[in-house]
Design a protein around this ligand. Structure first.
Ligand code: SF4
Ligand code: SF4
Length: 439
């Protein structure tokens, strides 16, 4: 028999999709039965009360969590988010129900043993509810009491060598794609750079000193599997500066229908035979491709590294050999001014392990110096750039303005290109280009 009636939440179990309500009920039941004989260190019925308070929020159309509250572990300014219920008399099990952010490993690789250890701590000292993973990337432990925070922190750091993540006005837990460990498109070692910067900037991660939150994310290529371009104040996206590697014999196998395009992802769909003109050449965003005389031609200096052609024909096309990354800045979710995507700051920089990524750290620190000097309280980097202009950031970072800093340089009415400047490539027929690109 459930402790609280939850008719509104029950409706969320009715659709065809998995429901977090069912998960919460399963956890509440498991805690009530306690077949493992766990000596719960927080109220055993906390998940029951969580369902109850959530039902009340649905009924009233407002939250019943009080805002914030400073809680944490000794020596750290972030990593724990205080949560207190505004109706502890009705829901004593969640009177204090704090969230703990646990730093996720690079590429989110886990050993089963590690997950078991983590869950042993969390079942004993918390609610048993997790979010794998939060939008910043951390493993999120949802719900524990103030008294248990130091215990959890001690056990994680001493027994598992596991750190907390970031929260508040600090560097948030950096997140990366799995990169070179499994992906042939990776232009740099995302996991190594992510780990290196995480260790380098421990102070920034654990001791909030910034105007507001700051996120790093690392994508090995422009496919952007961790969506760094949309979700991080500083986004590191792998790229190359020479030519796309083309194997013409493999191109022919795609054209002849012997190799299925898109890695075979659509082979059972009704897509018809592969048409290289329609599916690759004509939708290249910079119009720099052609298929002539049985050969695929690419005017590489016009290529914007969108990855489309490589994704469609991965056996025939491959990223270039001179690899590195681009740094973009200023993406954020819609807090004040609406959502923003990152803007290109550094078009190409090598990810040089041998000198401990010195050049990349130099850019990061210049950006931070500027933001900490001129950013208002609770102003994200992207908002500062908007307020002061991109030129100011370039000056502060000692980076010269370049056409690549301009969005759509080929179409921007304030930038004038002479015909011979754009018609150098064999396929730069502007009418042809406009036919396919109606922006
Ligand atoms: Fe691979 Fe690129 Fe995705 Fe990273 S972002 S996993 S390199 S496709
Ligand atoms: Fe065109 Fe994109 Fe391929 Fe470059 S990567 S050639 S821009 S489709």
């Amino acid at each position: 028999m459930a402790k609280h009636e939850t008719p509104l939440l029950d409706q969320l179990e009715s659709g065809p999709w998995p429901s977090f309500v069912s998960d919460l009920k399963a956890e509440a039941e498991a805690r009530a039965k306690n077949e493992k004989g766990i000596d719960y260190q927080i109220p055993a019925d906390c998940v029951e009360d969580l369902l109850g308070v959530l039902e009340l929020s649905y009924k009233h159309g407002r939250t019943h969590w009080k805002h914030g509250g400073i809680v944490g572990v000794f020596g750290y300014g972030g990593g724990v988010i205080g949560r207190y219920c505004d109706s502890p008399d009705k829901f004593p099990g969640v009177e204090a129900f704090h969230t703990v952010r646990v730093a996720q490993p690079g590429g989110k690789y886990y050993k089963t043993e590690y997950l078991k250890q983590l869950m042993d701590i969390w079942e004993l000292r918390g609610s048993g509810i997790t979010n794998m993973h939060g939008s910043t990337g951390d493993i999120i432990f949802i719900g524990t009491t103030t008294k248990q925070l130091e215990e959890i922190f001690y056990e994680m750091t001493h027994n598992m060598n596991q750190d907390l993540g970031g929260s508040g006005s600090n560097l948030r837990t950096p997140a990366d794609c799995l990169g070179e460990s499994r992906c042939e498109y990776a232009c740099y070692d995302t996991q190594d750079l992510c780990y290196n910067l995480t260790m380098e900037y421990q102070d920034e991660l654990h001791r909030p000193a910034f105007p507001y939150k700051f996120k790093f994310k690392f994508d090995g290529c422009p496919n952007c599997c961790v969506a760094s371009i949309a979700r991080s104040d500083m986004s590191f996206i792998g790229t190359w500066k020479d030519k796309i590697q083309v194997d013409q014999a493999e191109v022919k196998l795609y054209v002849d229908g012997q190799t299925p395009p898109n890695g075979g992802a659509h082979k059972d769909g009704n897509w018809g035979p592969f048409d290289i003109e329609k599916e690759v050449v004509n939708i290249c965003p910079s119009g720099c491709m052609g298929y002539k005389g049985g050969k695929l031609l690419i005017d590489d200096k016009e290529c914007v590294r969108c990855m489309h052609c490589i994704n469609v024909m991965p056996k025939a096309l491959h990223i270039g050999k001179k690899r590195g990354l681009s740094i973009l800045v200023g993406a954020k979710a819609p807090i004040l001014d609406g959502a923003q995507m990152g803007s290109l700051l550094v078009p190409f920089i090598e990810a040089n392990k041998d000198n401990d990524y010195e050049e990349i750290k130099d850019v990061i620190e210049k950006v931070w110096d500027y933001w900490m000097e001129e950013g208002n309280n609770r102003e994200r980097l992207g908002e500062l750039i908007k307020r002061k202009g991109f030129q100011r950031l370039l000056e502060k970072c000692e980076i010269e303005a370049d056409p690549r800093h301009v969005q759509f340089p080929r179409e921007n009415p304030y930038i004038f290109w002479k015909e011979d400047e754009v018609a150098g490539g064999w396929n730069r027929d502007i009418n042809e280009y406009r036919k396919h690109h109606k922006r």
